[in-house]
Every structure is written in structure tokens, then in C-alpha cells.
Design a protein around this ligand. Structure first.
Ligand SMILES: NC(=O)c1ccc[n+]([C@@H]2O[C@H](COP(=O)([O-])OP(=O)(O)OC[C@H]3O[C@@H](n4cnc5c(N)ncnc54)[C@H](O)[C@@H]3O)[C@@H](O)[C@H]2O)c1
Length: 373
């Protein structure tokens, strides 16, 4: 299985994955529309067109899919709109690209001759919503989306109605409840469902990777809608201060890009996959406040970090992956600690052109749309 099509191959994960696959001897085709939000310049395209067959095209175009799938053994479907907050008001666009693009891929595969034997979909931990928690009295619980009245009163954590104590976040397993809290999350889950159902008919192997918060070199520094490490970095390098939502104690599971690429390659090279879903993360939580402080230290700046107590609709409180399945079945190991990955990321950012800081613009947009309070 040497011919691999990567949609969204010019993006953060796609670019790093493409480099690894080329090193491993794969022949890579990329289908990417070079979205201006992610690619303000053609630097990525200029690099990739030398080492891949690069089709500038859209996952919403049947003709582009037909061109791209010819002679492919595997499709790694990464192309997507990815901003949680933005998805709450750019609903049609997110649904069209994420769900419509996936549906079109499967329609083309169903209705035209092709040699595709495996599809790997980049899904997201976002499908779990708030994820798995422990209640002292009830045991494992899956709280629904947080209540805006509570958020307004700065009550960010879940309190058990029974024990009146804080629920404790647990590593979330693949078979946990699916409770999306944003349109983005819902589109990722819809992608999974359409793929599982249609691929079963097509007799194509499927793997779904639910990535946690991926970070590292190659991350878009110009997209103000997603990727807190790059948003904070672009703020710092423009001499702007950092604003932290809620109380800064919300946690995320940050996984380094090389580990994400390794997990994806393990899945690519595994035979007889039967519609398997895997979490890909680090399994270690870190608060958003701690992340901002570490970045400030590494850039060695006087940036002030303010806890604003603002909140965005659709945001979750904590996320943490249970990685037992991917470790047991594929032998996945995390090679990078957060600190080691962060150092690599910061060194890489310092070699890039400083991007315009579009953060204030994105916040204004979210306030106007009622997403940010
Ligand atoms: N980065 C993360 O933390 C993370 C976490 C969970 C899931 N994911 C998923 O992984 C995938 C890749 O994420 P990423 O961080 O590399 O994103 P990215 O934004 O860096 O890359 C996405 C790429 O897709 C392209 N694209 C967007 N719309 C397109 C369209 N209509 N047609 C063709 N190409 C299009 C963009 O030009 C870009 O190159 C996405 O599906 C995302 O939902 C990412």
C-alpha cells in the first residue's frame, strides 16, 4: 500500500505526516485548497509540490476527488475546518466542508472505479464533549454541556448534585458517551458515522483517530480560531498580552506532532483493521494557565497574563485521553514530553516570520455573534 492520498496535506498535521511518509518511501498525493486562513503565503505549497503530487482542489468538488483518488491505496482524510468557537456561527461552512466533503469522498468511492483499500479519518476528542468524570457517590458519570448561567457566575467546574462536591476528570475511553458541545465536534462525529457506514458497504478498512490537542512545528501561526499555543505565541511575538478564559484551571491533553504522526503511521501500516477508533494523545493534563506561563518563560518576555473570566460557548472544561487501546493494539508510545515538545515548538516559531495578530478581530467577531461572553 504505497500510494497515499492526504487531504489537507498542506496543513499542520498533513505537512508533518507527508514528510514522514516520503522518508518511509510512500508516494504521496495531496488534495488541499490552500485555505487563506491557514496559508497566508505559498511557502508550504512551494515545499510540498517538489516532493508530492499536489492537487490544489477542494473536498467539496467531485471533479477534484475524482482526480485525486485515481491509483490510491489509502486515503488519510485530514482536510477540515477546525475552530470550535468559529463553528458555532459559521455553521453551514463547517458542515459543508467537514460532513459534505466526507460524504462526497464516499459517494465518489462508491460510484467510480478505484483501488482504495483503507481510509484513515482524523477525528477529534471533541466528540466526547466534556468527557468522563468521577462522582464520589455515583462513580463514573458523563456530564452534559456546561450551563451558561453557571459560567456567567464563574462556576466553571462540575458539581455533583448528589455529593455537592467537584466531579473529578478521568481519562476518557473510546467507548465513552458521545456528547458534542460544538458544531465542530458534531461535524467530526458525523464524519465518523458516515465513514463507518459507507465504508462497510465498500469493503474498505477504516480507522478513526480521535486526536487530542496537537502541537508542534508547522502549526498555523496565522489562524486565530484554533491552537492555543500558536495563538499565544503570535500574541507574544507581536508584543501583545495574553488573555486566559475562565479561571485558567481548565486542562488540555497536548500531544506532540511527531507522536501524532507516529500513531497515524502505525495505523497506516496495520493490516486487517476493522473499523477501529483510537484516541491519540499524551494522557497527561496541563492547565491553560501553566501553558501560558511556560511559553512566556521560554520566549523570555514581559508579556502579562490576565485571567479574564470570559468564556466561549462550546468550550469544554477538561480533556484527557485514555490511551490503553492504541498502546495495547498498536504498541503506541509517546516519545515526547510536553516540555520537550514545547521547546522544539518555540525554537521553530522563533525562526518563522511574525504573523499579523488577528486575535482581537476574532474575539470581536465572537462577541458580535454571541459566542464569547
Ligand atoms: N490540530 C489539532 O489539534 C487537531 C485535534 C483534533 C483533530 N484534528 C483534526 O485533524 C485534521 C487536520 O488538522 P490540522 O491541525 O492539520 O488543521 P490545519 O488547519 O492546519 O490543516 C487543514 C488543511 O486542510 C485544508 N483545507 C481546509 N478546507 C479544505 C477544503 N474544503 N478542501 C481542501 N482542503 C481544505 C487547509 O488548507 C489546510 O491545509 C482536521 O481534520 C482536524 O479536525 C486536529
Amino acid at each position: 500500500m504505497k500510494n497515499v492520498l492526504i487531504t489537507g496535506g498542506a496543513g499542520f498535521i498533513g505537512f508533518n505526516l507527508t514528510k514522514r511518509l516520503i522518508d518511509c518511501g510512500y508516494s504521496v498525493t495531496i488534495l488541499d485548497n490552500l485555505s487563506k486562513k491557514i496559508h497566508p503565503s505559498n511557502i508550504r505549497y512551494d515545499k510540498l509540490k517538489e516532493i508530492t503530487r499536489f492537487i490544489i482542489g477542494d473536498v467539496c468538488s467531485r471533479a477534484d476527488w475524482e482526480k485525486a483518488i485515481s491509483n490510491q491505496d489509502v486515503i488519510i482524510h485530514l482536510a477540515a475546518e477546525t475552530g470550535t468557537g468559529q463553528s458555532m456561527y459559521d455553521i453551514h461552512n463547517y458542515t459543508n466542508i467537514n460532513v459534505g466533503g466526507t460524504a462526497l469522498m464516499l459517494d465518489v468511492l462508491t460510484n467510480s472505479k478505484n483501488s482504495v483499500k483503507k481510509i484513515i479519518l482524523s477525528s477529534s476528542r471533541a466528540v466526547y464533549g466534556e468527557g468522563m468524570y468521577k462522582c464520589k457517590e455515583q462513580g463514573v458519570v458523563f456530564p452534559p454541556s456546561r450551563n451558561y448561567e453557571d459560567l456567567k457566575d464563574a462556576k466553571y467546574d462540575f458539581i455533583s448534585q448528589r455529593s455537592k462536591s467537584k466531579l473529578i476528570p478521568l481519562p476518557t475511553k473510546e467507548n465513552s458517551h458521545i456528547l458534542p458541545t460544538s458544531i465542530y465536534a458534531l461535524t467530526k462525529y458525523n464524519q465518523e458515522q458516515i465513514l463507518l457506514l459507507a465504508a462497510n458497504n465498500l469493503n474498505i478498512d477504516v480507522a478513526i483517530l480521535r486526536y487530542q490537542n496537537v502541537f508542534g512545528p508547522g502549526q498555523s501561526l496565522s489562524n486565530p480560531y484554533t491552537g492555543i499555543l500558536s495563538i499565544f505565541s503570535t500574541r507574544i511575538l507581536n508584543g501583545n498580552d495574553i488573555e486566559i478564559y475562565e479561571d485558567g484551571m481548565q486542562t488540555r491533553d497536548f500531544v506532540y506532532i511527531d507522536d501524532v504522526v507516529s500513531a497515524t503511521v502505525l495505523v497506516l501500516e496495520k493490516s486487517n483493521l476493522k473499523s477501529q477508533v483510537y484516541n491519540v494523545g499524551s494522557g497527561k493534563p496541563i492547565t491553560v494557565l501553566k501553558v501560558a506561563q511556560k511559553l512566556k518563560d521560554l520566549y523570555n518576555t514581559k508579556t502579562s497574563i490576565t485571567i479574564s473570566n470570559k468564556y466561549r460557548k462550546g468550550d469544554i472544561r477538561h480533556n484527557l485521553a485514555d490511551l490503553s487501546l492504541i498502546k495495547q493494539e498498536l504498541g503506541f508510545v509517546n516519545a515526547f514530553s510536553f516540555d520537550r515538545g514545547l521547546l522544539n515548538f518555540v525554537k521553530w516559531v522563533q525562526k518563522q516570520d511574525i504573523q499579523d495578530d488577528m486575535y482581537d478581530y476574532s474575539i470581536l467577531e465572537m462577541i458580535q455573534k454571541g459566542i464569547m461572553k
